[in-house]
Structures are given as structure tokens and as C-alpha cells.
Write a new protein. Structure first.
Lengths: 322, 558
């Protein structure tokens, strides 16, 4: 229907922007690194350890009342904030946070954290009878350290496997271009989390891995076309070949990003607060991933030199006729 | 590519119908399906009433028995519940094991001819033994090595390392390796005991699973407060009867310096200090059963238990020999009560009275009956979701899915018209298949898992879009509709597979390395990738081929 009105063939000279685009990306990456190392990430309790307790706001009870109850427990600094809870109807909640507790005699930090949580619950139940605790979590430093390590490990393994797969299916130059785009996406998304101080937790790692998968998906589709056209037009300038491939896949790239973003925005807006961090990461990642498969992956491929004439090494004409 | 013989069509239909049949129970309540409903979450009247309604509905259900009734498993974040991660300390397991082995060690050294030594004092996982006569050394080592128990199934490794550290000194200890092996052994035992404590009647849905060698995960759906579980499990449940001495001068002397060898200084429920003999008369393994009872004097809650034959015999003999003395009932290093022996207690029926509430007495009875944990459980992670938040998350997730589905569907129809509606049809089939697969595999759906489904909705049309774009191109190059469609599908296949395999790799890693809710995300993402390739490449193609055959269009309007 409407797509009939989309130009039959676009002819945008994407590769003529490759140097400004690479410069732009380099600046973003540098800025992201700077942010990550100076401002740091706002690690949630998954990675930093500590406790979060969310209670339904009892009638007539204010933040100060809760703060007062917490003040008597000797937990160090305790954050008490009113917020809107997840739900179809708006629910007023109060979120209580406190950091990792010091170890006590005969008890390590992890156990001390658990006992602190139990003390808070007991104190809250006593101060506000009939209190509805919506959620509570306490993560000891031992566990949070492991979660962070295994999360970063998962990212590293995913990147390595992607690179291996692409190296088998394409030439190494393509693999390098694709992986450059992946690092680009992951680092800039992390920079965004540092800038906005959105909570960085286990779901964020899940989102980053999904971004890696999505961005790879996009890059593979563009590269598939590049390879096809490069074989077809052996005399054409390399940058023209890439432009042709990107233009041919452009409407697919935009359509798929469009439907994915539609779905993600509906999670971000209607999926409740628990999912908002994850969907924020995914939305940002899909946009940056779409950009990078055109400008970063293809530009790097062009810089490394596109092979058109001679028989390409390791090329597998796989999957046809499956 | 567009040739669908009858067997292919039936195969497609079988898959779709299977998905639908597996998915259908999710649309109905347990009662309607004739399944016994879950226990009510609380004693609130509305929960009880809802439970009763479902029971009644289950009685009248006409749901045929050959159809599946299992629904998607909801994760703790959606149905509410408590998740606890516990850690076993290998050194503590080893120290406890060494303590119980002391009886064997003492017996071995006491055998005729007696080996003279100082009373050994255990320090953590080591037990130094000081011999009186150096010439006993060889015999002592020989006797100790003979009682050294094996670890694990192979029988080649021993619990104790027994070393001569001086002419008269033997060091008995548990090595690092043995500690690890003991902890791994203890893990299985502990899972059994935890289950008996938390679920004495075997009815609750609590799940207790090992993680690594020294950790245990406890998941209790429907539980709103983790403190009860923590309380029941934080006690080792090591119950012993020991002879005690409350003689004032002896206690004073012990308080001034330190208790005599073989004794320890404990305090009873009234705060009275007493010297308790470290070697128990009766231990947890002598207890046959425990139950909640009543104190006959004032009808207050108490714990009754019965000793087994050997335990009752030993206890009767000891009480007969020690008339007028005090014995202490010790639970995890605390004296629960310290009665004076007025007359021998034969028959093995004993009652602990104290300041119990009814629930505390019941829990304590469960703990004693379940047996002693080989070591204390250390809680290191807790995540609790209340039933309110769980229900809200389900509602929000469902809303987001429906809105996402509607937006993507409208978008596809606007963009591609009729052929776009084929894609929407296969998108619906896709969702049914995802739900069917989740139900059929018994996979767990979490809140991030719902996000995974919504993401799949967005990405599932990708394969369709790739094909449609190819068809558009081929048609522009002057091909007829049918050949354009054939060429479109043929040329798009390798691209689609390449693109989806990469996302599948990401999902698999997430599944292998992720935990809890994140794992749920990986599951739906992975299932979604498989079903969306199937629906986009097979189901949409089938729809399109039927349409091409029936309508014979001159031109495709895409």
C-alpha cells in the first residue's frame, strides 16, 4: 500500500559521509569512555550489592515518617523516595534503599545484609500495621560481584561468538567491520546509561546482549547485499558498491527498525517501571545499531578494502537450497 | 518455492494446531480446566471464597481429559514469591563433622590397651592430640587411621588427615580438598532436610535446587515474607541432651578462668549459667519423631518428641544413674530447658516446654523432625515479590504486548496492504506458537520474558520484510507476480538464516550465563526466533501461494 509511494530506488551517497560519520562515532565513543570512567555507572543492587524495599504508601504516611523509622535502625545512609509503582492503575509507592552493610562479629557482609533487610521489615510492620510490601531484595557483595563478572563474561562471549560466526560466513574484513559496529553500540549505550544515570542492572546486560544480536542482524543483512553486488559489479568503485547495497536494503532497514521500535515503545510506556530501564536500553540500542550497521560497519569495511575481483577466501555459499 | 503438496500443508497445519492446543489452557481458569486450584494465598475471606469457587468449578468441568491442561509457568516476579540463595561454609561442615568424629576417636584411643592422652580441644577444623607416652605414637596413628572415614562414592579419599607433628603430638585435621568434598556431600543432605522442614506435608510448590557445590536456591511461590523461611532454615537444628552441672562453685570457677576440659559454659532460658558436658547423651539421630503438643500444666504450646529404641535405652540408663542431677536440652548451642532428674525416664517420651507461640512450637517440631543440618545456612541473596506487584506486572505486560501487537499489525497493513495482512496473520500464529511452546516445554515466563515476546513481535516481521522487499525488487525488474515471489523467497533465505542465527547466539549465551528473570527473557527470545522464522518463511509463503493461485493477480501491489 503506502510503500508504493516509497521511491523505487533511493540513491543516497552514504559512503561520502563516511569520514564525518566515523569521526562522529569516535567522538561519541571517547565521550562514553570519559563518562563511564569519571561519572561511572549507576549500578543497581544486582551489581553493587545492597537492599531495595518497595512498599505501598500507607494512607496518611509521608516519606518523612518512613525516613524516621529507618533512622533508628543504624543502617548508614538510607534513601527513601516516593515513586509511581508498576501497574495499570497508578499506585503510590515508597522505595527504600540502603547500601551494603558492614560485617559484624561472627557474620560476613552478605549475612549482615540479609539481617538488615529482616530488621527493616520488622520495623516497618510495627510502625505501619497492615503494610503491603510490594517487593524486597537484598544482594550481598559476594553475589553482586559474581553477577557483574558473569554479566560482563556473557557480553564478551557473545561478541567473540558473533565474530567467529561472521568470520566463517564472510571474509575477515567483514567480520572486523561488524565487530567494530558491535563495540560501538555497546560502548555508546553504556555511555548513555552513565550520562542519564539510569540504573544499570541485570536486565540492562540482557538488553545489551539483545542489542548485540539486533545490530549484528542488521549488519549481516547489509553485508549480504554488499557481497552480492560486489560479485556482480566487479568494475564498480567500492564505495559505489556499498552505497548501492545500503540503498537496496534501506527500506527493509527502516521498516524493521520501525516495527521493532513500535513494540519497544509500547513496553517502555505501558510495561511498567520494572521494564522501563530495559526497554530504554533497547530503544536506544536499536537506533544506534541501525546507524552503526550503515555508517560504522560499512565504513570500516570500505577502509579495509572491498575485494571484488579475485575469488574470496573462505566464502561459503551456504544455506541455499536448504 | 510455491509448491505446497498435501503433506506439506498437513505438516504446517499439525504444527499450528499443536501450538493452539498447547496454548489454549492459558485462556481459562484452573477450575474450568478441571484442575485442582492452588492453595489460597491467605486466610482472607475473598481468597478462601475464590478457592472454593474454583474447587466447585473443577467438579463440574467438562474439559476433555485428552486435551492438555498445563499453563505457562509464571516466574516468581509474576506470581509473587520468595527467592533465597544460600551458601554453605565448607569449613563449618568440616568442623561439625570433626566434632561428631570425636566420639569415634575417643573410643579408638580408649580401647584396651588404653592410650593415655590429654583431653583434646578442637580448634575449628583441627584437633591436636597430646599423648602422654611417646611409645604409644605408632599404635595411636594406626588406630586413628583405621577409623578415618571415606568421602564420596570412590572411597579413595579420606575425611581426616592424620599427621605426626611431634614426638608426642598428633594433628588430626580436615584438609581444604576434603572440606570441599564434604560440603558437596552435605549439599544433597541439606536439600533433603530443607524440603522436610519447609514442606513437611509434601504439598507446597517450594523448589529447592543446588547451585554449584556449595549453594542452594530456594524458591517459594506465593510466600510474601521471607523471614519465616529464613527463621526455619537459619537454625542448624542440632538438638542434644547433655548432662549439666549447675553447682555454684564450679560455675564461678569456670566463669573466672575457663571451663574444665570437655565442658562448656552455657546459659539456660532463665539466664542461669551452667556447665554442660560436651559429649551428649542423646543426639538428633536418636529422635524418632517430633510434634507440636501442649504442656499438661498450663496447656501452653510445647514440643513433644519420641526417642528411638537405642536412644530411649541410653537416656533411661543415664537418668537412672544420675538421679538428682540436671540435664540440659541444647538446641544449636542454646539451652532450651534444664530440668532436674527426679526419676528415671524410660519409654523415650520427652517434652520441651517454654515460651512458644503455637506457630513457633510447630516450626520447632518440624525442624527437629527434619533432622540436623550438617552446617548453618548463610543467606546471601533475597528477592521477594509481593502478590500485588506480580499481578500488576502481568497486567502491564499483557497490555504492552497487545498494544505492541496492534501497532505492528496496523503498521504492516498500512505499509504492504494485502500481503502485509498475510504477515500479520503469521504474526498471530507466531504468538500462539510461542505460548504453546512455553506451555509445552514447561519453560518459565518472567516479566523480562514478556518483554522478549514483545520484542519478538517487533522483530518477527523482519523476515517478512526482507522477503517482501526482494519481491518488490524482482517485480521492478520485470518479473511476473509468481516468479517475483519465488525469486524473493529464494534469495532471501540465506539472509534470513544468517541474521537470525546471530540473534539466536546472543539468546543462547544469555540463557547459559543469565539467572532468574533474565533467563526467562532468553527463553522467549530464543523460542521467538525459531517460531518467527517458521511463520515468516513457511506460513506467510503458504498464505501467499494460496492467494496467488486463487486470485491470479496481474501485479502485486507492494
Amino acid at each position: 500500500m503506502l510503500l508504493q509511494y516509497w521511491p523505487k530506488s533511493t540513491n543516497v551517497r552514504f559512503m561520502s559521509f563516511r569520514l564525518p560519520a566515523l569521526l562522529f562515532s569516535a567522538i561519541l565513543i571517547a565521550a562514553s569512555f570519559a563518562l563511564i570512567f569519571t561519572k561511572g555507572m549507576n549500578f543497581g543492587i544486582d551489581f553493587a550489592g545492597g537492599s531495595v524495599i518497595e512498599i505501598e504508601q500507607p494512607e496518611g504516611v509521608q516519606e518523612e515518617d518512613v525516613r524516621e523509622v529507618m533512622g533508628g535502625l543504624g543502617l548508614g545512609e538510607v534513601g527513601v523516595n516516593a515513586a509511581r509503582g508498576t501497574g495499570v492503575e497508578a499506585i503510590e509507592v515508597i522505595v527504600i534503599r540502603f547500601a551494603t552493610q558492614p560485617a559484624e562479629p561472627g557474620m560476613d557482609q552478605d549475612t549482615a545484609q540479609q539481617q538488615a533487610n529482616d530488621r527493616v521489615r520488622a520495623a516497618l510492620n510495627e510502625a505501619f500495621p497492615g503494610l503491603n510490601v510490594r517487593s524486597s531484595a537484598a544482594v550481598g557483595p559476594k553475589v553482586s560481584g559474581e553477577l557483574l563478572r558473569s554479566g560482563l563474561m556473557a557480553l564478551a562471549v557473545a561478541l567473540a561468538l558473533m565474530m567467529a560466526y561472521i568470520s566463517v560466513r564472510f571474509q575477515w574484513k567483514y567480520a572486523l567491520g561488524a565487530v567494530a559496529a558491535l563495540f560501538h553500540d555497546v560502548i555508546i549505550t553504556m555511555g548513555m546509561f552513565s550520562l542519564t544515570q539510569f540504573e544499570f542492572n541485570l536486565s540492562t546486560i540482557a538488553a545489551l546482549l539483545t542489542i548485540v544480536g539486533y545490530s549484528m542482524n542488521d549488519t549481516v543483512i547489509v553485508f549480504d547485499r554488499v557481497r552480492e553486488e560486489a560479485r556482480k559489479y566487479k568494475k564498480m568503485e567500492p564505495d559505489k558498491v556499498i552505497d548501492l547495497a545500503v540503498n537496496q536494503t534501506l527500506s527493509r532497514t527502516l521498516l524493521t527498525s520501525g516495527t521493532t521500535l513500535l513494540a519497544l515503545f509500547s513496553i517502555y510506556l505501558f510495561g511498567g517501571t520494572v521494564l522501563s530501564g530495559m526497554s530504554f536500553a533497547l530503544i536506544f540500542g536499536v537506533i544506534i545499531g541501525t546507524y552503526s550497521s550503515v555508517f560504522v560497519a560499512s565504513s570500516v569495511l570500505l577502509l579495509l578494502g572491498l575485494d571484488q575481483g579475485e575469488k574470496q577466501r573462505r566464502e561459503v555459499e551456504g544455506f541455499q537450497g536448504v | 518455492m510455491l509448491n505446497f503438496p498435501a503433506w506439506k500443508v498437513s505438516l504446517i497445519l499439525i504444527v499450528l494446531v499443536w501450538g493452539a492446543v498447547m496454548a489454549i489452557p492459558n485462556a481459562f481458569t484452573d477450575g474450568f480446566l478441571g484442575v485442582e486450584p492452588r492453595e489460597p494465598q491467605s486466610n482472607a475471606p475473598q481468597d478462601i471464597a475464590a478457592f472454593q469457587d474454583q474447587m466447585d468449578a473443577a467438579e463440574e468441568s467438562w474439559w476433555p481429559g485428552f486435551l492438555p491442561t498445563s499453563k505457562v509457568n509464571l516466574g516468581l516476579d509474576l506470581q509473587g514469591g520468595v527467592y533465597l540463595l544460600t551458601q554453605i561454609d565448607p569449613a563449618e561442615v568440616a568442623a561439625n563433622r570433626l566434632e561428631t568424629l570425636q566420639t569415634d576417636i575417643v573410643q579408638a584411643l580408649n580401647r584396651d590397651p588404653l592410650i593415655q592422652r590429654d583431653v583434646p580441644e578442637q580448634q575449628g577444623t583441627t584437633l591436636p592430640i597430646q599423648l602422654r607416652n611417646p611409645e604409644d605414637m605408632d599404635e595411636a596413628l594406626r588406630r586413628l587411621r583405621r577409623i578415618n572415614p571415606t568421602i564420596g562414592a570412590t572411597g579413595s579419599d579420606r575425611v581426616l588427615s592424620i599427621e605426626r607433628t611431634g614426638p608426642q603430638r598428633i594433628m588430626v585435621s580436615v584438609s581444604e580438598d576434603a572440606q570441599q568434598a564434604l560440603a558437596a556431600d552435605a549439599q544433597g543432605t541439606m536439600i533433603t532436610i530443607i524440603r522436610r522442614r519447609l514442606d513437611p506435608d509434601g504439598v507446597s510448590e517450594v523448589s529447592i535446587t543446588p547451585q554449584g557445590d556449595t549453594r542452594i536456591v530456594i524458591e517459594a511461590p506465593g510466600e510474601a515474607d521471607p523471614r519465616r523461611i529464613k527463621n526455619i532454615l537459619s537454625q542448624a537444628g542440632r538438638l542434644t541432651f547433655n548432662m549439666a552441672n549447675m553447682d555454684q562453685s564450679a560455675v564461678n570457677a569456670a566463669q573466672a578462668t575457663r571451663p574444665p576440659p570437655g565442658f562448656e559454659l552455657l546459659v539456660d532460658e532463665f539466664g542461669r549459667p551452667m556447665l554442660v558436658n560436651r559429649t551428649p547423651v542423646v543426639t538428633g539421630s536418636d529422635i524418632a519423631s517430633a510434634s507440636q503438643g501442649r504442656n499438661p500444666d498450663d496447656n501452653s504450646p510445647a514440643v513433644d518428641f519420641r526417642l528411638n529404641g537405642t536412644g530411649a535405652e541410653r537416656f533411661g540408663q543415664t537418668t537412672a544413674n544420675n538421679r538428682g542431677q540436671i540435664f540440659a536440652i541444647v538446641l544449636d548451642g542454646t539451652v532450651m530447658s534444664a530440668p532436674r532428674i527426679n526419676e528415671p525416664i524410660w519409654g523415650g517420651n520427652v517434652q520441651i516446654t517454654g515460651q512458644f507461640t503455637l506457630e513457633e512450637a510447630q516450626d520447632l517440631a518440624d525442624i527437629i523432625e527434619a533432622g540436623e543440618l550438617p552446617a548453618k545456612l548463610n543467606f546471601i541473596e533475597e528477592r521477594t515479590v509481593g502478590p500485588g506487584l506480580g499481578a500488576d506486572s502481568i497486567a502491564a505486560g499483557t497490555n504492552a504486548s497487545l498494544i505492541g501487537l496492534a501497532l505492528v499489525g496496523v503498521f504492516m497493513i498500512i505499509a504492504y496492504g494485502l500481503i502485509g495482512s498475510f504477515a500479520v496473520g503469521s504474526l498471530l500464529a507466531n504468538i500462539v506458537l510461542i505460548l504453546g511452546a512455553l506451555s509445552g516445554l514447561g519453560a518459565t515466563l518472567t516479566l523480562p520474558g514478556i518483554a522478549g515476546i514483545v520484542l519478538t513481535i517487533g522483530m518477527a516481521v523482519d523476515a517478512n520484510v526482507i522477503v517482501f522487499e526482494r519481491i518488490r525488487e524482482e517485480q521492478r525488474n520485470g518479473r511476473s507476480p509468481t516468479t517475483a515471489v519465488i525469486a524473493g523467497y529464494e534469495r532471501a533465505l540465506s539472509t534470513i538464516l544468517d541474521a537470525n542465527i546471530t540473534t539466536f547466539i546472543a539468546a543462547s549465551i544469555l540463557y547459559l550465563l543469565g539467572s532468574g528473570p533474565v533467563k526467562g527473557f532468553a527463553v522467549t527470545l530464543a523460542i521467538g526466533i525459531v517460531t518467527s522464522v517458521f511463520t515468516a518463511f513457511v506460513v506467510t509463503r503458504w498464505f501467499t501461494s494460496m492467494w496467488l493461485r486463487l486470485a491470479r493477480p496481474r501485479k502485486l501491489s507492494i
